[in-house]
Structures are given as C-alpha cells and as structure tokens.
Design a protein around this ligand. Structure first.
Ligand code: NAD
Ligand code: UDX
Length: 480
C-alpha cells in the first residue's frame, strides 16, 4: 500500500488529500499540521474550512484511508510520498520585503523531512513557490540526507476556493514537473499513477521542474491580469456611458479570448493572486528584467485603484462625507461560497470608509465577527502565517459591528455596499430594506449582483461597477 503524507492541512492540503483518498482507496493518506485546533477541527463534524461538497468527501474516507494528525514526524517517516502544502507568505522584512516569498515554513518542513526519514522518498511541492525553489529544497535534503535518496517533484495546485471539490474531481490539467533523469522520470510516473486513477491521461501534463514551478505563477498572473483588464475598462465604461457587462460579453465572444473570468468587480482578492504576482515581480527584478516586472506590477496597481475608486465613489455620492453615517456592508469573504477572507477587497473598502469616519455594519453568511475584527486590525501580509502565529490584536475597531442578517445590517443605514456576490443578496426584499433606511438611500454594487433598474424604481440611488451612471452620480463626480 502506497503511503502519502501531506504537511499542511489548509485550504489546499485538506481538500486535495481528501479527494486523493476518495479516488485511490488503496492509498493511505495522512494530513499533518502543527496547528492543533486545525487538526481537531478536521477530525470533527465542523471542518475548519467551508467548501461545498468537502464534508461528504471527508466523511466517506476519514478513519478508513484518510487520517488527520499532529504527529508530523511519524507520518512523514512512514510515507513513500510527502506533499508539502505549507504557507508561502510574502516577506514582511529584510531582503525582498513586500514582494519575495517567505520560504521559512517550507524550509523548516524540508529540514524536518531530512531529519526524520529512514527510507527513500518522493517530496512534492504542492505550495506555490518561486521558480527554482526545488533546487534549494534538493540541497537541504541531500546535505542532510544520511544516504537516503529524495526525488523532488513540482505539482502545483490549480483549484479555486468555492469550487475546490469540483476542480479536484475534474481538473483542467494536473501538472507534474520533475528532474530529467531516470530517477526523476520514475518519480513523475509514481505520482502520475496516483492521479491517473481518476484524471484522464491527456490531462496529466509532465514537464521539467522549472516549467512546472513557473507555470503556476504564470497561470495566476494571467487570470488576475484578465480581471484588472476588465476592471480598467469598467472605469472607462462609467466615463463614457458604455456598459461593462455588454463589453465583456462582446469581447469574450471572440473564441481566442473566451467568456470566463471577465466579470468586473470591486477588485480581486484571495490568498493567491496578489502574493503570487508580487513573487513573480520579484523574480523578474532578480533576473534583471525590470520591464517585465513593471508590466506585472500594473495588474496589482489597477486592482488597488479599483478598490480606492469604489470608496471614493461612495463618499463623493453621499455629499462628500460618510462621517457618522451608517454603511451596511453585505459580504466580507473574497468570493461567494467560501468563508475565506484572505486579501478580500472588503478589508480595503471597510478601512477606507472607517478612515472617513463611517460606522459600518457587516453581514456575511460565512464569516465570523472575530475574523472580521482580526482582518481589520491586522498588518498587511500578517494573515498568511500559521494560525497560532498570527498576531491577535488586543483592540477592536469600535466603528464596526457585525449583523446576523442583511436586514439587521441595513436597518437605519444611509447606504449599502455589496462586496461579495452571495446568491442570497439577489433575492433580498429590497422594498422592505428601503423602508427601513435613511433617505436618500444608496446601493453601491461592487459585484453587479442586483437588478439596478428594479432598485431605482423602489427609490434607491444605485451605483453598479462599470455601468452607465444615473444623474445623481453624474452630478457628484468622485474627486481624485
Ligand atoms: P493555509 O494557510 O490554509 O494552510 C497551510 C497550513 O500549513 C497551515 O494550517 C499551517 O499551520 C501549516 N504549516 C505551516 N508550516 C508547517 C510545518 N512546518 N509543519 C506542519 N504544518 C505547517 O494555506 P493554503 O491556502 O492551503 O495554501 C498553501 C499553499 O498552497 C500556499 O503556497 C498557497 O499559495 C498555495 N495555493 C493555495 C490555493 C488556495 O486556493 N488557497 C490554491 C493553490 C495554491
Ligand atoms: C485562484 C485561481 O483561480 C486558482 O486557479 C488558484 O489555484 C488559486 O487562485 P481563488 O483565489 O480561490 O483561485 O478564486 P478565483 O475564483 O480565482 O477568484 C479570485 C478573485 O477574483 C475573487 O476575489 C473573485 O471574486 C475575483 N474575480 C474572479 C473577479 O473579480 N472577476 C472574475 O471574473 C473572476
């Protein structure tokens, strides 16, 4: 029986290993983590992450061929294949601060693997890492190996949150990079044999190590670049009277461009896009390619611009001040169907409004008050560290309250901001909400989820990202 151990029981390690266990009953899978609360949650009925379909997969395999444990060393020692899916945050200090990937957690995992191993192993990079990381990991392992042989593979993960199980069941592709040596090819084949139990052969791509590592950064950069492109267009649409939904549709009908990932929004969020582009920018700079670095930096600049633009629009529409006004924020997660708030645009929008002295009432169906307060008081990039190392702020933001539903959040509010595209926000009783709000009542739709015309008929002043502006908004232009 092949034994797999995955170090890191997070958004990637947990779902990925659960699906491997489900699809490969003859493989024993152990997912290990240094975080005791996380492992306790994986072993309970309340899993540590919300992901549609995940509960069901875990229930089918847990205790049979899927185990969650804090005994990291034991499971690593016993494994034939060790996946490493730990945090690779942006560095906050020292060389490359604010851009480069911090490989502290990866390096400590690699040193531990070398320390405890008593048999040959395949070590798989599942975390997203800078290109050439495998070379550094190889050095750490071989210099500490005591004669044991390690083969390093790069097998980046392409799942998106909210659709992780679907993505893992039917991936567009699985990418495996390895050394171009007989031992390297054998290791690639061993990992391919696992995936081929449910992924069609033609969807399993094999490359050299550096292509696999770089393809992951490139894929995320291309995806984020599409969003910044459509968001840049959204500003021009508002200035000219064009409608970004119509423009996206017309552009996406070109089969060379395609229709997906062209939804204009208040900005992209999530743990990957910004971090991975910053990492890419740093690698370009280190390789003497400042023009290439500058090109990718622009994707993040437009994303920041979009969030600032949204806040400016709210403030300018409401007579240039939101001081002491109640603003309801509907949605805090970085996208629907997840409780994940890492790098969510809601953090920047809320901080912008708080900066202008607004009182904010937030409702999100999956995010807790503790998480919201933590996010609004945390320093940039601190979120991407194992949970027990994240700083707990002793203070809370007094101007922020958290409501149990959208009706409580919007009661007596002057304006509503929609920041996550949860389906339930489309079906709210907006007539009832309008009655209970201060007048004039505003809706700022950062996800284009509501029917703006219907809301205007009720009496709302509505701003929808990238859509033609109504007269009120034209009369109150956002100041720079
Ligand atoms: P996460 O924070 O949810 O999980 C990482 C886990 O690793 C944490 O539970 C942490 O306690 C654990 N950990 C850290 N150091 C450890 C060590 N030395 N030993 C044991 N456990 C350790 O992060 P994630 O979202 O699962 O991301 C993991 C990696 O996968 C990152 O490199 C990320 O960029 C990449 N990735 C993430 C996604 C996504 O959608 N979240 C998608 C593709 C790739
Ligand atoms: C992303 C990649 O899609 C995935 O392949 C990779 O493995 C990890 O990073 P994720 O961040 O989970 O996945 O979600 P994704 O669906 O890509 O959305 C990222 C952000 O972009 C969200 O804030 C989302 O709302 C936003 N987005 C997405 C848009 O604003 N417009 C779009 O058209 C699509």
């Amino acid at each position: 029986m092949v034994k797999i151990c995955c170090i890191g029981a997070g958004y990637v390690g947990g779902p990925t290993m659960a699906v491997i266990a489900l699809k490969c009953p003859s493989v024993e899978v152990a997912v290990v983590d240094i975080s005791v609360p996380r492992i306790t949650a994986w072993n309970s009925d309340q899993l540590p992450i919300y992901e549609p379909g995940l509960d069901d997969v875990v229930k089918q395999c847990r205790g049979k061929n899927l185990f969650f444990s804090t005994d990291v060393e034991k499971h690593v020692r016993e494994a034939d294949i060790v996946f490493v899916s730990v945090n690779t945050p942006t560095k906050t200090r020292g060389l490359g601060a604010g851009k480069a990937a911090d490989l502290t957690y990866w390096e400590s995992a690699a040193r531990m693997i070398a320390d405890v191993s008593v048999s040959d192993k395949i070590v798989v990079e599942k975390s997203t890492v800078p290109v050439k990381t495998a070379e550094a990991i190889e050095k750490i392992l071989t210099h500490n190996s005591k004669g044991i042989k390690f083969q390093i593979l790069s097998n980046p993960e392409f799942l998106a949150e909210g659709t992780a199980i679907e993505d893992l069941f039917k991936p567009d592709r699985v990418l495996i990079g390895g050394r171009e040596t007989p031992e390297g090819f054998a290791a690639v084949k061993a990992l391919k044999d696992i995936y081929s139990q449910w992924v069609p052969e033609e969807r399993i791509l094999t490359t050299n190590l550096w292509s696999a590592e770089l393809s992951k950064l490139a894929a995320n950069a291309f995806l984020a670049q599409r969003i910044s492109s459509v968001n840049a267009m959204s500003a021009l649409c508002e200035a000219t009277g064009a409608n970004v939904t119509e423009v996206s549709y017309a552009v996406g009908k070109d089969s060379r461009i395609g229709p997906k990932f062209l939804n204009s929004s208040v900005g992209f969020g999530g743990s990957c896009f910004q971090k991975d582009i910053l990492n890419l920018v740093y690698i370009c700079e280190c390789n003497g390619l400042p023009e290439v670095a500058e090109y990718w930096k622009q994707v993040i600049k437009i994303n920041d611009y979009q969030k600032t633009r949204f806040v400016n629009r709210i403030v300018s529409s409401m007579f240039n001040t939101v001081s002491n006004k109640k603003i309801a924020v509907l949605g805090f997660a970085f996208k629907k169907d997840t409780g994940d708030t890492r790098e969510t645009p809601a953090i920047d929008v809320c901080k912008g409004l708080i900066g202008d002295k607004a009182h904010i009432s937030i409702y999100d169906p999956q995010v807790t008050e503790e998480q919201i307060q933590r996010d609004l008081t945390m320093n940039k990039f601190d979120w991407d560290h194992p949970l027990h190392l994240q700083p707990m702020s002793p203070t809370t933001v007094k101007q922020v309250s958290v409501a149990w539903d959208a009706y409580a959040a919007t009661k007596d509010a002057h304006g509503i901001c929609i920041l996550t595209e949860w389906d339930e926000f489309k079906k709210l009783d907006y007539e009832k909400i309008f009655e209970n709000m201060q007048k004039p009542a505003f809706v700022f739709d950062g996800r284009n989820v509501v029917d703006a015309e219907k809301l205007r008929k009720i009496g709302f002043i509505v701003y929808s990202i990238g859509k033609p502006l109504d007269q009120w908004l034209k009369d109150m232009p956002a100041l720079a």
